[in-house]
Design a protein around this ligand. Sequence first.
Ligand code: IVH
Length: 731
Amino acid sequence: MTPSDATPNADAPPPEPPADGDPARRIAWLTTVVEHHRVRYYEQDDPEIGDDAYDALFAELEALEAEHPELAAPDSPTRRVGGAPLDKLDKVRHEQPMLSLANARSGEELQGWVDRMRTHLGREGITDPDFRFVIEPKVDGLAMSLRYEDGVLVRAATRGDGEVGEDVTHNVRTIPDVPLVVRDAPAVLEVRGEVYIALDDFRRVNERRAAAGESTFMNPRNSAAGAIRQLDPRQARQRPMSFWAYGVGVVAATAGDDAEAATEGRAGAAGTAASVGAVLGVDGHHGTLTWLRDRGFPVNDEIEVAADVDRALAICEGWGERRDRLAFEIDGVVLKLDDFELQRRLGTVGRDPRWAIAWKFPPRTAVTTLREVVWSVGKFGDLHPYAVLEPVNVSGVTVGQATLHNEEDLARKDVRPGDRVIVLRAGDVIPQVISPAPHEAERDDRADPPRPPASCPACGAPTEKPDDSVFTRCPNRGGCPGQQWQLLRHYVSRGAMDIDGLGEKQVAQLLEVGLVRTVADLYDLTVEQLLPLEGYAETSATRVVDAIARSREQPFARVLFAIGIEEVGQVTGRNLAARFGTIDRLLDAPPEQLAATPGVGDKMAGIIAGRLADPAVRELVERLRAAGVTLAQEGAGEDDPAGDLLDGVTVVLTGTLPTLTREEATTRLLARGARVTTSVSKKTGVVVAGDSAGSKLEKAERLGVPVVDEPGLLRLLEEGPAALPGDDVAG
Ligand code: IVH
């Protein structure tokens, strides 16, 4: 079967199922629908249907594909969401070795490289070479080889030692950037590039792990390196990886040619370069990148061509300046000669091609003395260790403090007060202590390993260490000023209530002078109270009080996130708001109902329910209610006291309704506890059919599933399942 043309637009609704039982049409439809929901769930974090519905569609597709393998699309979503875990990773010998790069760290070294190339080519009789340089980011991830046969991804392998790598196809398939199918590809095509974890994804992974009491990763590269070698692709998917393509390895116009090329020893970098040009119909490296981009490979948009060394150097420095603002880590820039013929003539020296070089950025690490390890209290009482350092300059910035993540991490690194330690400052992440400096751990006059304190550094309460967490905690919820400060600064922060003029310093001051203790106290602040405080004048005080007042209009979903409930991040806040509609329904919800919310599993539901039952949380909610903070989501049925009216009822919407959009109807149904799915089965409770409802309506009628129109839907929302036609009959 040809690749499904479903470049999924996950914002558009999936198509209607085919009316007949033809397996080809059914598979094509399932492929599109499953891919649609896969993207909504895994890539957009915004599922439209429940896990059960998704699993059912997925299982049906898998079963049909097993029955009719010839009908399975090579880029079917069943191939992305990896299969069963492996026992071990197989070794893969690279047909053409994966090379490394020599380094340059200064303009002189760069010029030296160019001079060497000129001399080498001069000996070959080329006196005035056309040096055009392609300049690419050197992404700090893992080199990857992707092999396509007849346009279908058949194998992904790590670089390993350059000769032999490991087969990680099962994990690479889960990377959304990696095309599973390539149009107009030669019989054999090996694409090379870098697998990496974007900084945002890295932060999310670490936040999630920290919240679950798991150890966090030191940097995106380590996290990606671990993820790509996972045996179970489901584990790998927990760490969302991305891919940049930067070149082509082996190519062959017809199958078999590539092996021949390799055995004949033509497959060195230079030897293959010529055939890449001929087979792909391109004239140089830049043309190759364009070829890759045109076929759906992610190729960085900011790759440039420079006509001389000065321009090349300027571009390298430009990358250095932008480095901290990129969405991913780079540790340098790669310069490659564009011209394939020159590449071929230059060849390799040892493991490095002569025609390419890495411009390395100044190191981001420095060595200094660890003065002491101190502990700070997080929003929920977790004690986080951090390092107080002899101030040191790390790539232009003085660093006096660095994070040590958590106790496990601290123990693993085994850094102790008085040690010389290596400090890393990377991107916009907090500086971190990596390890003791070489030989430091061998000293016999070292201090004892630091231990978490027996009493909370902020409030003095005796600390506890739960078995299931990597954090020791301060149990003094509500009463600990350290926790209060963290909760306040989270509440006012940008992603939460976004209160202009209040930052961590300002809330610390308010806490210190005793004007606020909880976030609800903010709403009682007056201009008169602020005026005597340092840093406030009439205008600034008024501005802050106004900004606080305005925050009452922030949507309910944000409030749920802002008030600081364990496990409730931005996405869960949104899902809970949509599912329950009002704070009261949420407060009344038993864990089973919480667990039925998209993205909330049983464990999370238990934790959230526990927090919501806390009298302090209840009191906070009442005070926020009294202050006029938004505690309901419009359209989520706030006038209905029974949010579980349609609990357990599965609803399918089809066709166009006269007044409600599909999204409004879905929101209202979710707010009543219904599950909204896209395919009709015997388990469907009711089908809501509007204009031009097609096959779903037919299927409902065939299966005897009740069908209602919009007025029927409105009755259903009012009265619950009793309003269903023939409910008495169906039982
Ligand atoms: S080309 C022909 N291009 O750097 C030389 N490598 O030290 C082969 N890397 O193992 C590599 N970005 O993991 C090349 N744009 C880029 C790169 C890049 C990152 C990594 C790659 C390789 C290492 C070479």
